[in-house]
Each structure stands twice: as C-alpha cells, then as structure tokens.
Design a protein around this ligand. Structure first.
Ligand SMILES: Nc1ncnc2c1ncn2[C@@H]1O[C@H](COP(=O)(O)OP(=O)(O)OP(=O)(O)O)[C@@H](O)[C@H]1O
Length: 340
C-alpha cells in the first residue's frame, strides 16, 4: 500500500512582542505564504500542505487531526513515525513533549494507546519502550544509567537495528511517562541566545506494540502483530551568527546542521525518485530508514517562526519535498515463536 508522508506546518506564536519584530509569513487553511512585513500583501507562490496549524493551535488539536489516525493504525500492525522538524526555537520540543500548560504529542499518543487497548479486550498486548539519543553523530541509550556508544546495523534491506538498546516493558501510561522523563533528564540540552533550553541532540522515543488474540496466547504459531511507533524530536538547524554559539555549543551546532542536511538530502532523493538514497550519510537517516520511503506511516510536523524569513523558507521547502515521498507501509505480522 503506497502512503504519502503527511506533512503539517505549525506556526509558533511570537513569544516576546518587540516593537521592531517583523512578521514575514501569513497562513490560512492548508496554505503558508510570504508577505510584505507588516502587511497582508503576498510575495511569491503559496506553499500548500495537508494541514497548517496557526499560532493559536494547541498540541491536542495537532494530535487529533494528524497523529491519532496513525496511532490507531499502529494498533493494527503498521509502523508509525511522527517527526518534529524546524529551526532552533521553532517549537519542536514544545510540540512533542508539551509544557506545564499542555500535554505534548508523546503523552497524548501514550494515552491513546492505552485507551485503545481497553477497547480490544479480546487481544493480549505487550508494550516496550526505548529511548535513543543521537548526539554529535553518536548513538546512546537515554534509558541506560551507564550510556555507551551504540552501534546501528542494517540486518536486511530497510530493517535497521540499534544493538544493545534497552527495551523496558510497560503496562500503564504513567510507567511510559516516567521512562520518558527519566530519559529527558539525560538528554543534552544547552542554552543559546536563540533558546535557553535548546536540544543539542536528536531523540527517538520508541514504543513497540505487540498483540495477539488472548485465546491463542499459549500457541507458538499464533499470529502476533508488531508495530514500532517512533516519536522523534529533532535538534533544530541553527546559524552560529544567530545563536552566538562558541566551543561545545558551536561544535554541536555543526553536527546538528550536518545531520539535518543529510535528512534533507534523503528527502530530496526520495521525492525525486532517485535510485540511490544516501541513508547511511548520518545516524539519523540510517536509523529512520524504514520511516523515510519504507515500511511505515509517517507524519512530519514542520515548526516555523513567523518572524524569521530565511530559515522558515528553508523549512517550508523541506516540507514541500517531504510531501512527495511515498512510503510502503504494511501490516507487520509474525508467528509468536519468531517474536524477538
Ligand atoms: N506553541 C507554543 N506556544 C507557546 N510557547 C511556545 C510554543 N512553541 C514553542 N514555545 C516556546 O518557545 C521556546 C522554544 O521552543 P522549543 O524549545 O520547543 O523549540 P525547539 O524547536 O525544540 O528548539 P531547539 O531546536 O533549540 O531545541 C520555548 O520557550 C517554548 O516554551
């Protein structure tokens, strides 16, 4: 089954209204366009998307419209990936992790998974979580108390594993959220002049859902459906001239920009139907290989800041390429004695 990557744009509110702040972008349903600063006059061609979420939008609205249908399909055996993309301080972590005021996509997804489990009493479920961090092109385990450098390997075309990653069984929403919070404490975060809590790494919070009919639970040949839900909070692209980064912050910024360029290249190659795709150019694209043009249903939330011209323009161009990428999701079913 071919399934296009779903792409949504989320426009972050202007946080501190300064007199000299210029708004460069305007938006309405499904459309974003550049405008003459301070006026509604359009410049250039509009960018069209599946969904455009304006500055008033709350996380639960994005969840309901874009993410919930994917989570529902994960319960039927489809792999799902939700990715937050955008320049530094555009609102990716706010979208995925939420704030004190509102829940983020991760928690909303977890709540939905557990409410769906209650709706299928005839099936037995097993849930496991892992939490991957990619920092300066090194993969580590945010659930480990002694994180080591982990290796990624492609076992078969498109089937990529991270070796020695901890997968923790969970059976309540609270248990999942505690794990996530435990991992978040270890995540590399640092202050820049664009964002006082800037994520310096990419993270993939993964929930693996396995289920089988309860009355077949003891059989070795029972059909088990298995799906991977990847909730990805990327680090944001940044210009050293804007973040004033030096030393470690500067080096992190370079690694972030390099891996995001690799992601853009992969998206471009997939959208143009190129035969060879450079998945192995970065750990991020290697790990996410199945989510990009492969066996997964994928949504990308492209976060933008309306007061920024160049980076918003490049995020929108990335988003346009991503819209053209076709995935090939399929139900993942294995026999119970083959579950690993
Ligand atoms: N929709 C929103 N409503 C209110 N505040 C927001 C919203 N989106 C982002 N913010 C605020 O903007 C600031 C930057 O957001 P956030 O840290 O999520 O950006 P980011 O894209 O994850 O940045 P980085 O790539 O540097 O980690 C934070 O103070 C956050 O609370």
């Amino acid at each position: 089954m071919a399934d296009k990557i779903q792409v949504a744009v989320r426009v972050r509110p202007v946080l501190f209204q300064k007199k000299d702040v210029e708004i460069h972008w305007s938006w309405s349903e499904g459309v974003v366009f550049q405008c003459e600063p301070g006026t509604p006059k359009r410049i250039g061609n509009p960018y069209l998307f599946d969904q455009v979420f304006g500055t008033e939008t709350q996380n639960y609205q994005i969840f309901t419209k874009l993410v919930q249908p994917l989570i529902d399909s994960a319960m039927n055996g489809f792999n799902v990936t939700v990715l937050a993309y955008g320049q530094t301080a555009s609102g990716k972590t706010y979208t995925m992790m939420g704030s004190q005021k509102e829940l983020g996509i991760v928690q909303l997804a977890v709540d939905r998974i557990f409410s769906l489990i209650e709706q299928y009493p005839e099936r037995a479920f097993l849930l496991r979580c892992s939490y991957i961090e990619i920092y300066n092109e090194t993969i580590s385990d945010l659930l480990s108390s002694n994180p080591q450098k982990l290796k990624v390997q492609e076992l078969a075309e498109g089937h990529v594993v991270v070796h020695n990653l901890i997968e923790t069984n969970v059976n309540t929403p609270d248990a999942v959220l505690k794990l996530m919070q435990q991992g978040n404490k270890q995540r590399k975060v640092g202050g820049t002049s664009m964002n006082e809590r800037s994520s310096r790494s990419h993270t993939i919070f993964r929930i693996i859902v396995e289920s089988l009919p309860r009355d077949e639970a003891d059989r070795s040949d029972a059909a088990v459906i298995v799906s991977h839900i990847n909730l990805v909070d990327l680090a944001g692209s940044e210009k050293a001239s804007q973040t004033n980064a030096t030393g470690d912050r500067f080096r992190e910024g370079c690694a972030i920009n390099t891996s995001l360029s690799a992601l853009s290249l992969v998206i471009k190659q997939l959208s143009e139907g190129e035969g060879f795709v450079n998945f192995r150019d970065s750990k991020l694209t290697h790990i996410l290989r199945a989510s990009l043009g492969g066996n997964a249903r994928t949504a990308i939330i492209c976060n933008v800041t309306p007061t920024v011209l160049d980076e918003t323009s490049s995020t929108l161009k990335f988003a346009c390429s991503a819209k053209a990428v076709q995935n090939q999701p399929q139900v993942n079913e294995v026999l119970s004695d083959q579950v690993c």
